[in-house]
Design a protein around this ligand. Structure first.
Ligand code: BG6
Ligand code: MG
Length: 214
């Protein structure tokens, strides 16, 4: 029986990828190379430092750890200048309705995100109070596809992995859910998320009935 839903944040509840893109692109330009939207796809679900490594790989640039940390901080400051201005109308279609429906049916909900900015975003979207647990980039040591983030979520909710459904837009996130022994709904397209138990284009396509049939 399904007792809990675990949500990824970026790309599932809110579209922050475009803010990450603006900030990474500005950094790439400063370093003297172009960073495209296609390149940005590679950063979805990936931690901040790993994202920087991918960016530097694209620009064919090597640098010391200290300099990398300085760049990552600068990128994050730029990114935060956008997310600290976010409003609840940026919540993706259907997310609020689905979360409310889950609560009405006594399903617990948790956040499982790689982002260290997750709390800022949830607060700006006025969603914090809906979550029974929040596991974000400040609480995990292993990145998706490792299941740590979702297993911690299940533990905090006091439910078994087999009683959880994960909602994810990144391939590594789907893999993390499956590795944790959970059901997974992919948010996106089957060509990328085909391993998930069900793929929908957004939470507006979800309801409690579909969840119960997983
Ligand atoms: C993930 C995003 O949710 O969080 C990635 O999909 C991002 O693109 C990662 O790099 C880390 O985010 P932050 O906010 O800690 O830099
Ligand atoms: Mg995501």
């Amino acid at each position: 029986m399904i007792k809990a839903c675990l949500f990824d944040l970026d790309g599932v509840i809110v579209d922050t990828a475009r803010y990450h893109f603006i900030a990474w692109k500005a950094l790439a330009e400063e370093l003297g190379f172009e960073f495209t939207e296609k390149d940005n796809e590679r950063l979805k679900g990936v931690s901040r430092m790993r994202s920087l490594d991918i960016l530097l790989e694209i620009g064919n640039i090597e640098m010391e750890q200290e300099k990398k940390e300085e760049l990552a901080t600068r990128k994050n400051d730029h990114y935060r200048s956008f997310i600290t201005q976010m409003k609840p109308d940026e919540i993706l279609p259907g997310a609020t309705e689905f979360i409310k429906e889950l609560k009405e049916n006594n399903i617990k909900i948790a956040l499982g995100s790689a982002s260290k900015n997750a709390m800022t975003i949830l607060d700006r979207l006025q969603l914090t109070d809906w979550f029974d647990a929040v596991v974000d980039g400040t609480k995990v040591s292993k990145a998706k596809p490792d299941p740590e983030v979702f297993l911690k979520g299940a533990e905090e909710l006091n439910v078994l992995p087999g009683e959880c459904v994960v909602f994810e837009d990144a391939e590594a996130g789907v893999e993390a859910a499956l590795a944790g022994g959970m059901k997974c709904v992919g948010i996106g397209t089957p060509d990328v998320l085909g391993k998930a138990h069900l793929v929908v284009s957004g939470l507006h396509e979800m309801n409690f009935d579909k969840l119960s049939k997983l």
